[in-house]
Design a protein around this ligand. Structure first.
Ligand SMILES: Cc1cc2nc3c(=O)[nH]c(=O)nc-3n(C[C@H](O)[C@H](O)[C@H](O)COP(=O)(O)O)c2cc1C
Length: 90
């Protein structure tokens, strides 16, 4: 199954670290959301979306990509690197 992992990691590079580790482990291609929006994704069976979260949502370009550019009929999975659980440890 051909997989691509599409990501947006703007604040601390946390999501990028996670994406790089997953891509290395499973040997899959990665692309930023900006790169992916300009790509033909029809050859991919499975699309991963990875983004930091701000104010309870994925980052803006990721939300836009999912609304406008995510092809229909693909297996889709999500990776997110939240900060919120740290607040809960207080
Ligand atoms: C302005 C701002 C808002 C954030 N809002 C949330 C939030 O609502 N929920 C959450 O769990 N984390 C929130 N975070 C934490 C980020 O999602 C977290 O640090 C993430 O790992 C950043 O990913 P990145 O380094 O790949 O951009 C916020 C961070 C910033 C800077």
């Amino acid at each position: 199954m051909k997989t691509i992992l599409i990501y947006e990691s703007t604040h601390h590079g946390n999501t990028k670290k996670l994406v790089d580790a997953v891509a290395k482990r499973y040997g899959i291609r990665t692309a930023t959301v900006e790169e992916a929006a300009a790509m033909d994704l029809s050859a991919y069976d499975r699309i991963g979306i990875a983004s930091g979260v701000a104010f309870g949502k994925f980052y803006e370009a990721t939300e836009r990509f999912m609304d406008d550019s995510l092809p229909k009929g693909k297996d889709v999975f999500f990776l997110e690197r939240l900060f919120f659980p740290l607040y809960l440890r207080k």
